[in-house]
Design a protein around this ligand. Structure first.
Ligand code: ADP
Ligand code: MG
Length: 398
């Protein structure tokens, strides 16, 4: 029969013993040193503070933890260590007659427990290795769960878009024709009547404006369901932006909003469907203008950027499949408006999410824009600025 003390494991493990009782840690060290090839590193410390210090400077596979230390006692010791180092396996080393406490520690993040004086070298080795394996599986499970949640959220969004898309195009077509008839009728009537009375003229104007607004909403809806067809060409993004500015100039002037441009003249070309991207910029400019009803400045900036390794700044670039070394073109739109409430910022890309229902908001601008940017394999991010107002960042592949 094989000697139970010499179980053949393949990977040597590193162990941190946290134990203030000298006899207890001597016993542990002695038992562990019976199987030296199975251990790559063994370190003993006698307080929680020194355990934290060791874990922050070195990597250990497993911690054998006494709960009652000079600087921390009971479950808190375990909770604190588990919170700070969630990826390290922890085996609690409890005193004799503390089996019940040992079981409880499993609920606070320990992978297993040992009862002092009641284990052999074999049990000790087995417990440590099982704990490491359990931790590894726990991490894998957590990652899989996280991924699943993300995928689920994406699927829901895609499904929602599909439903909205088909509903929208159906309704839009039905409404577009009657609207055209109304517009034709009203134009015809006003030409026939040629009203001199200012009030009657105003009524005609108001009707035409209302039709215009309805038409715009319908175009949005139709675009929403059609954006999968792109007509991409190499374009100068600055030109596309200038064109969009032209189209919102009137709105901006009316609200006393000034657009301050800082466009990089050496921008590399980007491959885009210019009509679609124009539509994105128009949506973004209109949102910024609408956020500043009493006037203000929109700061607009374009620049190119070669992606360096993850430095923390612009973390969204790295989350979005852009690769290190790739050159991207970035456009940034900052306004001085009201900003977006924290609890709403995650919803602004949802179709039909609007905080301006009474002012004619439909809540399609940003969801359409995001769709357009997504099928260009670009990225759009929206955030509140520290100094107030919103910043929208767009990234395009070159
Ligand atoms: N620049 C901005 N400043 C403040 N809030 C904004 C801005 N852009 C978008 N939002 C918020 O996001 C919501 C959704 O925007 P959007 O999809 O364009 O729909 P809509 O403009 O029709 O409301 C807006 O109702 C508003 O609450
Ligand atoms: Mg909008």
């Amino acid at each position: 029969m094989a000697d139970p003390n010499s179980i053949q494991y393949f990977e040597p493990i590193s162990i941190l013993i946290v134990e203030d009782n000298e006899i207890d840690h001597k016993v542990l060290e002695a038992m562990l040193s019976e199987a030296p090839p199975l251990i790559s590193r063994l370190k003993t410390v006698s307080s929680l503070a020194s355990a934290i210090k060791s874990l922050s400077s070195d990597q250990f596979d497993v911690v054998v933890l006494d709960l009652n230390l000079p600087d921390s006692r009971g479950q808190d010791t375990l909770k604190q260590l588990n919170k700070m180092y969630p990826d390290v396996a922890i085996v609690v080393n409890t005193g004799a007659y503390e089996d019940e406490l040992g079981v409880k520690t499993l609920g606070f993040g320990a992978q297993d427990f040992l009862v002092k004086g009641k284990y052999s070298t074999y049990i000790l080795n087995k417990t440590l290795r099982y704990a490491i394996e359990r931790k590894r599986l726990e991490i894998e499970l957590k990652q899989a769960y996280h991924k699943l949640k993300e995928t689920q959220a994406e699927l829901i969004q895609v499904e929602k878009m599909k439903v909205v898309g088909s509903l929208a195009s159906g309704i839009a077509h039905e409404v577009k024709n009657p609207l055209a008839i109304i517009l034709f009728g009203i134009t015809y009537l006003s030409e026939q009547i040629k009203p001199k009375n200012k009030e009657v003229q105003l009524v005609f104007e108001n009707i035409k404006e209302a039709i215009d607004r309805a038409n715009n909403i319908i175009s949005d809806l139709l675009n929403f369901s059609k954006i999968n067809h792109l007509n991409k060409r190499k374009e100068d993004l600055n030109e596309v932006i200038e064109k969009s500015i032209m189209l919102v100039k009137h709105e901006a002037e009316r609200s006393n909003v000034h657009i301050n441009k800082n466009l990089d003249p050496n921008l590399p070309e980007v491959e885009i469907d210019r009509n679609r991207i124009e539509q994105v910029f128009i949506n973004l400019f209109l949102n910024a203008i609408q956020a500043m009803p009493r006037g203000g400045t929109i700061k607009l900036k374009t620049y190119s950027h070669q992606i360096q390794k993850n430095t923390g700044e612009m973390s969204w670039i790295h989350d979005n499949g852009f690769k290190v070394g790739q050159r991207i073109v970035i456009a940034c739109i900052e306004d001085q408006g009201c900003g977006i409430a924290t609890e709403k910022i995650n919803k602004v890309f949802d179709p039909f999410f609007t905080t301006r229902p009474t002012e004619g908001g439909v809540g399609l601008g940003l969801s359409v824009s995001k769709n357009i940017i997504d099928i260009h394999e670009g990225h759009i991010a929206i955030e509140n600025q520290r100094k107030g107002g919103v910043r929208v960042s767009l990234a395009f592949k070159t």
